[in-house]
Design a protein around this ligand. Structure first.
Ligand SMILES: [Mg+2]
Length: 431
C-alpha cells in the first residue's frame, strides 16, 4: 500500500458561544482541528488531527503541508517496518527542524501526520490502535521510539525490560477493561466561564452519571475559586476534586494560591505554571505536598518530560496525543513514566482528544503500567458526534474502543459544515 496524497482540513467549532472549554488562560476557545487525510492506492485512508482552539489552525495546516513531501510516495510497509527512522525523518528534516526543533507548530503538525500513519496501520491490520500496540512484542514497540536525547534516563534495553515484565497477564487485563471500562473523570462541570449555579447543577449531574472525580478550573481570582470550590466540595461527598490553573500563575503565586485552595483537599493542581518551567514545578510540588502536581498537555516533547521526571517535579503525567510528535513519542513518555513511577492520566477533551487517548490509556494499563491505581482519563462530553467511531463513557468509565484504527476519523459532512472559513456554520460568525 502506498501513500498517494495528503490533504489538510481546517475545521473549527464555534464553542466560544457557550464558553464551554473556557479556563484562566483561554477565555473564548473555538475548539478546532488541523485535520489530515493520507490517501492511498488501496481502499483505506489514514486520518489524524492536531487539536487547536481557533486562530492559528491555518498555521498548523501549513506545517502539515510542509511535511507532505516526506510522506507522499512512501509505502505503508516501508514506514511501519522502520517507524523510528520514519519518525526521525519528520522531526529532524534538516531545514524544517529549524522551526522547532521538536516543539510548537511543527511538532503538532508532526503529531497529526504521525497519528494518521498509525491510524492507517491499525486499519490495515483490522484492529483498534490499542490492540495493534498491545500485540507488538516489546522489541517491536521499542523499535518505534527515537531514544535520541533520552538515553540518559531510559535506554532501549531498559525499555524492553519494562515491557517484558508487563507481558504476563496482558490478556486478563484486556478482558477486565472490556468488561469494566477504564476510569474517567469529568472536566465538563466546571469551566471557568460557567456561573456558580450552573456548576453546582453540573457537578450533581456528573455524580449521578457515575463520575467519582471532577475537575474545576481555577486561577483568575482565588477568592472566587475558593467560593466555587466550597460549593463543589460540598456536593462531591466522597468523590475527588481536581484543580486546573492552565499555566496562569508564576511559581510563588501558585504556591500561595494553593495554600488558600488546599483546604478543599484537591487531589491535584494541574498546570500551576509554565509548562517549560521544570524547576518551578519541582518547587511548587515540594511546597504544596501532599497535593499532587500534574502537567503535560503543553509539554512539548519527551525531553522536557524526561527532565520533569528526573527533577521529581510532577506526581501525575498528563500525556497529550497531539502536542508531542504522535504515538511514537507518547510511547517514549509512557515508558519513562513507568520507570520513574509516575502514573499517566492522559489529557483529553478538546476535539478528538478523548477519541485518541482512550487507546493510549488502554495500552498503558495492558502493556506498561499494569495498574489502574491513581489513574483516570479526562472526559469532556462534547463534539463526539462528529466522529465516525466516537469515544463512549458509561457510568464514569471509558468503554474500550473496538473499531479498526485510531478513532479519529470525522464524518465528511462535519468536515464540510465546520470548514473554516467557508463552511456554512461560519456564515455570519467570522471573526
Ligand atoms: Mg488542563
Amino acid at each position: 500500500m502506498r501513500i498517494t496524497d495528503l490533504t489538510v482540513h481546517d475545521v473549527r467549532f464555534p464553542t466560544s458561544a457557550t464558553r464551554a472549554g473556557s479556563d484562566a488562560m483561554h477565555t473564548n476557545p473555538d475548539y478546532s482541528a488541523a485535520y489530515v487525510v493520507l490517501e492511498t492506492d488501496a481502499d483505506l485512508a489514514g486520518h489524524g488531527l492536531a487539536f487547536t482552539i481557533g486562530r492559528g489552525t491555518e498555521v498548523v495546516g501549513a506545517g502539515i503541508r510542509a511535511l507532505a513531501p516526506l510522506v507522499i510516495g512512501r509505502s505503508l510497509e516501508g514506514v511501519t517496518g522502520d517507524m523510528r527512522s520514519f519518525w526521525r525523518s519528520l522531526t529532524s528534516d534538516d531545514q524544517l527542524r529549524w522551526l522547532g526543533p521538536e516543539k510548537g507548530v511543527m511538532q503538532m503538525a508532526t503529531a497529526a501526520v504521525v497519528n494518521a500513519v498509525w491510524d492507517l496501520w491499525a486499519k490495515s491490520a483490522g484492529v483498534p490502535l490499542w490492540r495493534l500496540l498491545a500485540d507488538l512484542s516489546p522489541e517491536e514497540l521499542v523499535s518505534t521510539i527515537d531514544f535520541r536525547y533520552i538515553e540518559d534516563a531510559l535506554d532501549p534495553d531498559e525499555a524492553v525490560d519494562l515491557l517484558r515484565v508487563a507481558v504476563p497477564g496482558r490478556d486478563d487485563r484486556v478482558r477486565e477493561l472490556i468488561e469494566h471500562g477504564y476510569p474517567a473523570y469529568t472536566t465538563s462541570a466546571a469551566w471557568l466561564g460557567y456561573d456558580d449555579a450552573q456548576v453546582d447543577m453540573l457537578v450533581r449531574e456528573a455524580l449521578a452519571e457515575g463520575f467519582r472525580h471532577v475537575k474545576m478550573k481555577v486561577g483568575v481570582d482565588t477568592a472566587a475559586d475558593a467560593r466555587r470550590a466550597e460549593t463543589i466540595h460540598a456536593a462531591l461527598g466522597g468523590a475527588s476534586l481536581m484543580m486546573d490553573a492552565n499555566q496562569v500563575w508564576g511559581v510563588d503565586e501558585a504556591i500561595s494560591a494553593m495554600a488558600e485552595l488546599g483546604r478543599f483537599d484537591p487531589w491535584w493542581i494541574e498546570e500551576p505554571t509554565s509548562p517549560d518551567d521544570v524547576l518551578g514545578h519541582a518547587r511548587i510540588r515540594e511546597a504544596v505536598a501532599p497535593i499532587a502536581v500534574a502537567t503535560g498537555e503543553h509539554v512539548q516533547n519527551r525531553i522536557v518530560f524526561k527532565q520533569l521526571f528526573q527533577a521529581d517535579a510532577i506526581d501525575v503525567c498528563q500525556i497529550d496525543a497531539c502536542r508531542v510528535g504522535g504515538v511514537n513519542e507518547v510511547l517514549a513518555i509512557m515508558l519513562m513514566a513507568a520507570k520513574f513511577g509516575v502514573p499517566v492520566c492522559p489529557h483529553a477533551g478538546g476535539v478528538g482528544l478523548c477519541e485518541y487517548v482512550q487507546h493510549l490509556a488502554v495500552f498503558d494499563y495492558v502493556a506498561v503500567s499494569t495498574s489502574l491505581e491513581g489513574r483516570v482519563v479526562e472526559w469532556v462530553d462534547h463534539l463526539h458526534e462528529h466522529f465516525v467511531h466516537p469515544a463512549r463513557v458509561s457510568n464514569g468509565r471509558y468503554l474500550v474502543p473496538t473499531a479498526p484504527g485510531y478513532s479519529i476519523e470525522m464524518h465528511p459532512a462535519s468536515l464540510e459544515e465546520y470548514a473554516y472559513p467557508a463552511g456554512p456554520v461560519w456564515d455570519g460568525l467570522l471573526r
